[in-house]
Write a protein that binds this ligand. Sequence first.
Ligand SMILES: [Zn+2]
Ligand SMILES: [Zn+2]
Length: 341
Amino acid sequence: MKAARFHEVKKPLRIEDVPFREPGPEELLVRIRASGICHSDLHAMDGVIPYGSTPITPGHEGAGVVEKIGANIQDLKVGDHVVLRFVMSCGACAPCVQGTDNLCKKLRFLGFEENGTFAEYATVPSRHAIQLPNSISFEQGAIIGCAVVTPMHAMNIARVRPGSSVAIFGLGGVGIHAIQMSKIFGAAEIFAVDISDAKLSLAKSFGATYTINGSKEEAIDKIKRFTDGTGADFAFEFIGLPITQTQAINSVKRGGTVTLVGIPRQPLNIDLKYLLTNEIQLRTSFDHTRAEVDDVISLVETGRLDLSKSVSHKLPLEKVNEGIDILRNNTGDPIRIVVVP
Ligand SMILES: [Zn+2]
Ligand SMILES: [Zn+2]
């Protein structure tokens, strides 16, 4: 099969012919029909997040068709459409049994530690494949598994309440979906903060009440101005930089909740006394749980979550490096770029 393979840090992926692995008794062979390109792929290719072993096939946002099933598989059959979960939990340890399988003691990551979805086929344990209704396209299915479910987990962690005000810092592929997700969680006012006017106008069309260009306006001042001087009830940071993390902390009201989602790339100096004396709750959100993928699929299937504008670029697998460059250089305002093997 054809696969895009990582060999060396800061080098393009190589399109190679490699054998696929026959599925074991608990596994599936999936014909990949779409695979999203994510910022965490860039981090890994740059050496910021190490791959488990190399060479490896990256790609962790995949959807496709079940091509072969292992002897013990009963809940899926050949021909079923599936979303692949990159959070490969064991299903048996205490966090898994308690429903927090993103904290599994034996957690592994598809596309980082196991060969992923930038390929014609992927062999995965069946518990990491979730049935996708035929009414949802493969492109939308692919991005559900990372870009769309990640903000849902963050909203669940923060416990966003109906009628509340929410500030979103960073409108990349994940952050932009936090706008729609805030609406689903009942937010009455949504502030979208980014430095790209194109992303801000997209956020507006996704339902943001106010947009703030952080390179031209004082985000905290504007958020306070539109919340009677108090600040937002909830803030989410999707970039991982101290400047936006600090802005998020300073944008919430006394008693507000700040949730960090972007992988931090450097330590943050926090004024704990400010947090404590204002009773600001600082939370962190890591990936997602299996149940949340089911919830996102239901929202898309019933039309409550519209992903029709979420995939901005569709490229053949052979052009995966082109897609990676588009994301890296932010050319043509990408929302989510999908490769089709
Ligand atoms: Zn991702
Ligand atoms: Zn586990």
